[in-house]
Design a protein around this ligand. Structure first.
Ligand SMILES: Nc1ncnc2c1ncn2[C@@H]1O[C@H](COP(=O)(O)OP(=O)(O)OP(=O)(O)O)[C@@H](O)[C@H]1O
Length: 469
């Protein structure tokens, strides 16, 4: 779309020249001959930018700027003022009233076009930032859940947001750690500054170091210019270190220094950079265990662990499933342009009983897929049941080595529990289907489950005893 420029000048010759030049450069133009007309044109034509002469009949350019500030925020409509050669004071006054820039007459054609282009670019960037910010805020404004466990964590997070203390978020994958990190940032006094997310597991050690601290020119082959790291980009705001449990020991030592002194050096540099940042870290690992195993620095653990918030897995807050499902249904139905999509009662029942190894992210994905694939507007359980096949991808595979440290019978029990839990998860919590998967009689599976339930270590989710529907 062509940008529309309003030219305000009482000199007909200047207006004609400007119109010709600007139209030849691809802009649309509208004209006003005096200050009052300028205000009327702003109302009627909604221009993207104004070229405003200061010396006007009826209302002066400065008066137009003052009136304009009452109608809309000055930063929403860039105004470039045109002044007679030598009237610097008037230009300064106009800038104080919110003008974007000034040009002196006679106008230089190239300079004029550059200033206009820059003003429009800045305006467009500001709109994009405002839009993205509102998108992000909207996406993260909602922490759904009325269960007591979630409410307790939300209240603790709101209290934590008021301080500048480091926060450690713990919880299984997909339980909402990033959502809480973003919410804490939003609720904090830093909310107008950036929240910078760094995933500590996605990158190699060298890349992560570069990402965190940036580098100086010549730090390594190909580093042909200085680059700021994410810690610097977050200055004044918050840094969210996701998957902190996966950070290497050498990088942990460097991060510790940042936490202690809020200072670091860029890679290949000697100059100290200071930053004002708040740190929020998250992991689904048992950090205390990692400290014991020598994989995580104890001093860093204590620095991060000033306030710890543990997010409950979805299976421990099943009462929140209907509200979450409805929330995701509405979001995906909107995106898929299926506003009348609903969840049938049977689907809701299936969702409520499924063990959700991938937690809320898995629920989000299940609903997203069902909304797209369901042939009917009322989504039936067969659409929901599509997913359990790959649900296990969200959870760590296999019983894991700790079982090797157990006595034989306990280890066998642990394996058995694991196999049964997996079969039930994959069967959407339905024991009959799980028994079929395992080639067992349903009654035999039920007996195994009962035996395990009666043992103290046998606390795990066995789904429901409902029969195949
Ligand atoms: N209480 C909630 N209300 C609404 N949406 C939620 C809630 N909790 C989580 N979500 C949504 O679930 C998805 C997964 O959440 P998030 O990415 O925050 O989890 P995570 O614990 O950081 O996962 P991972 O450990 O895998 O990085 C996101 O789309 C998030 O917006």
């Amino acid at each position: 779309m062509k940008a529309k420029l309003l030219i305000v000048d009482d000199d007909a010759d200047i207006v004609t020249v400007l119109e010709d030049r600007l139209q030849a450069s691809g802009y649309t133009t509208v004209i006003a001959r005096d200050g009052q007309q300028a205000l009327d044109q702003i109302e009627q034509e909604s221009p993207n930018l104004i070229l405003l002469d200061l010396d006007l009949p009826k209302l002066t350019g400065i008066q137009v700027l003052k009136r304009l500030a009452q109608i809309k925020p000055v930063e929403d409509l860039p105004v470039i003022v045109m002044t007679a050669h030598g009237s610097v004071n008037a230009a300064v006054e106009a800038m104080k009233e919110g003008a974007y820039d000034f040009l002196t007459k006679p106008l230089d054609k190239d300079h004029l076009l550059i200033v206009i282009r820059k003003a429009l670019e800045r305006d467009s960037l500001k709109r994009q930032v405002a839009y993205l910010r509102s998108e992000v805020d909207g996406r993260y404004a909602n922490i759904i859940g009325t269960s007591p466990t979630v409410r307790t964590v939300v209240e603790a997070a709101q209290r934590a947001a008021r301080s500048d203390a480091s926060v450690l978020l713990l919880g299984e994958s997909g339980t909402g750690k990033e959502l809480f990190a973003r919410s804490i940032h939003q609720w904090s006094h830093r909310h107008a500054m950036p929240l910078v997310v760094i995933n500590c597991v996605a990158l190699t050690e060298t890349l992560l170091e570069n990402e965190l601290f940036g580098h100086e020119r010549g730090a390594f082959t190909g580093a042909d210019r200085q680059q700021k790291g994410k810690l610097e980009m977050a200055d004044g705001g918050t840094v969210f270190l996701d998957e902190i449990g996966d950070m290497s020991l050498p990088l942990q030592a460097k991060l510790l220094r940042v936490l202690q002194d809020r200072e670091f050096q860029r890679v290949g540099g000697t100059r100290t950079v200071s930053v004002n940042i708040r740190i929020i870290a998250a992991t689904n690992k048992d950090l205390r265990q990692a400290v014991k195993a020598g994989q995580f620095r104890e001093d860093l653990y204590f620095r991060l662990n000033v306030i710890t918030l543990t997010l409950p897995p979805l299976r421990e807050r099943r009462e929140d499933i209907p509200a979450l499902a409805q929330f995701f249904l509405e979001r995906h139905a909107r995106e898929a342009k299926r506003p009348t999509a609903t969840l049938s009662t049977a689907s809701l029942e299936a969702l409520t009983h499924y063990p959700w190894p991938g937690n809320i992210r898995e629920l989000d994905n299940v609903i997203a897929r069902a909304v797209v694939l369901s042939p009917t507007d009322a989504i039936e359980p067969d659409m929901i049941a599509l997913l359990p096949e790959d649900a296990h991808l969200c959870r760590e595979e296999g019983p894991g080595l700790p079982y090797l440290d157990l006595p034989y019978h306990e280890s066998m029990d642990a394996h058995s529990r694991h196999i049964i839990t997996r079969a039930i998860e994959k069967s959407c919590g339905n024991q009959t289907r799980a028994a079929e998967r395992l080639h067992l009689q349903r009654t035999y599976l039920a007996r195994l489950i009962k035996q395990q339930r009666d043992r103290p270590e046998g606390r795990f989710d066995h789904g429901t005893e409902s029969h195949e529907s």
